[in-house]
Design a protein around this ligand. Sequence first.
Ligand code: ATP
Length: 326
Amino acid sequence: MEGKQCIGILTSGGDAPGMNAAIRAVTRTAIYNGFEVRGIMRGYKGLITDEIIPFQTENVSNIIQQGGTILKTARSEEFRTAEGRKTAYENILKHGITALVVIGGDGSLTGARIFATEYNFPIVGLPGTIDNDLFGTDTTIGYDTALNTIVQSVDKIRDTATSHERIFFIEVMGREAGFLALNGAIASGAEAAIIPEIATEVDQLGEFIQHGFRKSKNSSIVLVAESELTGGAMGLAERVKNEFPQYDVRVTILGHIQRGGSPTATDRILASRMGEAAIYALLEDQRNVMIGIQNDELVYIPFSKAIKNQKPIKHELLNTLKTLSI
Ligand code: ATP
């Protein structure tokens, strides 16, 4: 990149803890390198409605520990249309923005890819999603915090499950991916995880209940990834209630508490490293890439790869869960 640069930052899609740490890192690294910064409110929506404000280092003071995103986030149907993106581009020109850093999940990076290609505009993406479902990165900003929230919640539910000798189906987020459910199950000592990647697991549920449950335990916790493929916690609980009326079955849907809260140290460090890397990627004339992390090394993943490929779940983790829950 040559000449005076002005970096626009936005957060888009579902919020994730650590997004603020990423905004701070992008802003400060840009300013450190002599660039100007503009904060774009409400994701692509604000780019279209022209909610764009100058950012100084003070704008990102005291936010590293805050969940959510100070830039707010929104979903924008207009940005899916060529006309909406044209207005967005006009606003970018109006504010003298020379490159964008987009922090968000799969959908946000899809939008970034389309826009970057359409206007030949430099964009670097950061994987900001609790779902951990982006290909090419071992983990995403917000995932570790959400996982820890799930584990804390399941620990509490375990107390009541044990006291009442109940089976609990606990539904966690994941948007068609089982990372939160599977790793949450291992970390909380749950008896099973029902995840969309292994559709047959759903059929194994009956067997698990019949042979596994109550052999040596007086309660069971099953983590269920929200997905049409798993049927969700409600669907599974109904099935078990019908087939095994002798069991006391309960459902908890953890819902939005999984998104909130102060980011863990792991997420803050990840967001800080990735935010810094986004600016250095632009300095190296990288564009249309997402910053990923693989074996603790930061890498550039083309948008096309990050969003098109499905990130595989580690199948051996299912065995770990099975072995440890006997
Ligand atoms: P999460 O993983 O938390 O759901 P996300 O980034 O995947 O986050 P989406 O709602 O899928 O969230 O996408 C966010 C926004 O990205 C959309 O509201 C839309 O503005 C933009 N977007 C998504 N897909 C496209 C597309 N095909 N073309 C243009 N813009 C898109």
